[in-house]
Design a binder for this molecule. Structure first.
Ligand SMILES: N[C@@H](CCC(=O)N[C@@H](CS)C(=O)NCC(=O)O)C(=O)O
Length: 242
């Protein structure tokens, strides 16, 4: 299911974004950077554009328009066997990789940034990264499907995913009442979670009901790398503000 708000045509965004490529913070010639990124302007895609902007690796984004079924094209499936964005090719190592959590861990390991490797700090990041991959990713994705894209199709599903979204926000709010960032310091775990929370409106959640999430959301939204990463491969470059 593509990521678009109801009643909005994304065609223009694909055209607009296909004209531009971005290094960390600047536009460059397509295809001559260390990292090729295959993506679309969705929460899972934004995890990687934000990460690449944070660590400063040069990359070329390639639009995979999931509303036009680009994700099923054989050349893309070769590097992303699950036929979903995001995926990367690292020309320094020759490796390709799918799955946003794996890509975040790869880029953190490659750069030595945003994932401490010692003791408890290492495993707190893994814990909250896995929470995102198993909780907010799939369940908030279903909230988008039923609440934002297909309202009126199933009252049961709308209620179920609105309530699960609220439960996940409550878990996050409790955690962020104890620590500044989910794993202590700002890390790939925050980068994995934040783009999903940026769709609070689609999930029918009010960030003011979750004051610790609100504080964390605004702090991350204020980072220059996040602003840049959020604006790649999308017609909607502005970060939603509660
Ligand atoms: N677990 C995967 C999920 C990736 C995913 O669901 N990508 C969506 C866009 S956010 C996609 O490509 N959807 C196209 C489709 O389902 O056909 C990850 O975290 O990378």
């Amino acid at each position: 299911m593509g990521e678009k708000p109801p009643n909005v045509n994304l065609d223009d965004s694909v055209v607009a974004c296909a004209l531009h490529t971005y290094g960390a913070g600047q536009r460059k010639t397509p295809g001559d950077h260390m990292i090729d990124l295959y993506t679309f302007g969705t929460p899972n895609g934004r995890k990687i554009t934000i990460m690449l902007e944070e660590v400063g690796l040069e990359y070329t984004p390639h639009i995979i328009d999931i509303q036009e079924d680009d994700q099923f094209k054989p050349d893309f499936v070769k590097i992303s066997p699950n036929a979903k964005i995001p995926a990367i090719v690292d020309h320094e190592t020759g490796m390709s990789l799918m799955e946003s959590g794996a890509i975040l861990m790869y880029l953190a390991t490659k750069t030595g940034m945003l994932w401490p490797q010692e003791g408890e700090a290492k495993w707190r990041v893994v814990e909250w990264l896995m929470w995102q991959m198993g909780g907010p990713g799939p369940f908030l994705g279903q909230a988008h499907h039923f609440l934002a894209f297909n309202p009126g199709k199933s009252a049961y599903a709308e209620e179920r995913y609105r309530e699960e979204a609220k439960r996940l926000y409550t878990v996050l709010d409790t955690r962020l009442g104890e620590v500044e960032y989910v794993a202590g310091d700002y890390s790939i775990a925050d980068i994995a979670i934040w783009p999903w929370i940026s769709r609070f409106e689609w999930q029918q959640q009010d960030l003011h009901d979750f004051p610790n999430v609100l504080r964390w959301y605004l702090a991350i939204a204020d980072r220059e790398a996040v602003k840049r990463g959020h604006a790649v491969a999308t017609k909607y470059p502005d970060i939603p503000m509660p």
